[in-house]
Ligand binder design. Structure first.
Ligand SMILES: [Cu+2]
Length: 111
C-alpha cells in the first residue's frame, strides 16, 4: 500500500510544480534604445538576470521582448538592468558616463 501511494504522489507533485511555474511566467515588450548588432548582444545579455528565461531585442523596431517569472523578477528590474548597460528604456535612463563609454557605433540618439 505504501508503495502505491508514493507512486501516485510523485506525478502529482510534478504536476503541481509545473502549474505554479506556468502561472507566474509573463511575456512583456518595451522599447530599448540602440543601433546595431553589438547593442543587441549587450542589451540581451543585460536583460538575462535571474528569473528571465528569454530576452530578444529587435534591432529595427527597438523593441525588447522578455519572458520572465513574475514571482522572482519585475519588468522594471529588467529595464533598470538594461539602462545600467548603457541603453535607455523609457523612464529608465543610462548614466551619461556609461553612455559615453559605449562604442561610437552604439551611441544612439538620445532625446
Ligand atoms: Cu551598437
Amino acid at each position: 500500500m505504501k508503495k502505491i501511494l508514493s507512486f501516485l504522489a510523485l506525478p502529482l507533485s510534478i504536476f503541481a510544480t509545473q502549474t505554479a511555474v506556468g502561472q507566474s511566467v509573463k511575456t512583456d515588450s518595451f522599447t530599448v534604445s540602440g543601433n546595431c548588432g553589438m547593442c543587441k548582444k549587450r542589451i540581451e545579455k543585460a536583460a538575462l538576470i535571474p528569473g528571465v528565461t528569454s530576452a530578444i531585442w529587435d534591432v529595427k523596431a527597438k523593441t525588447m521582448t522578455v519572458k520572465y517569472d513574475s514571482a522572482t523578477v519585475k519588468k522594471d528590474d529588467v529595464r533598470k538592468k538594461i539602462a545600467q548597460s548603457g541603453h535607455d528604456s523609457g523612464p529608465f535612463k543610462a548614466t551619461d558616463s556609461v553612455y559615453q563609454n559605449l562604442p561610437g557605433c552604439c551611441r544612439y540618439e538620445r532625446n
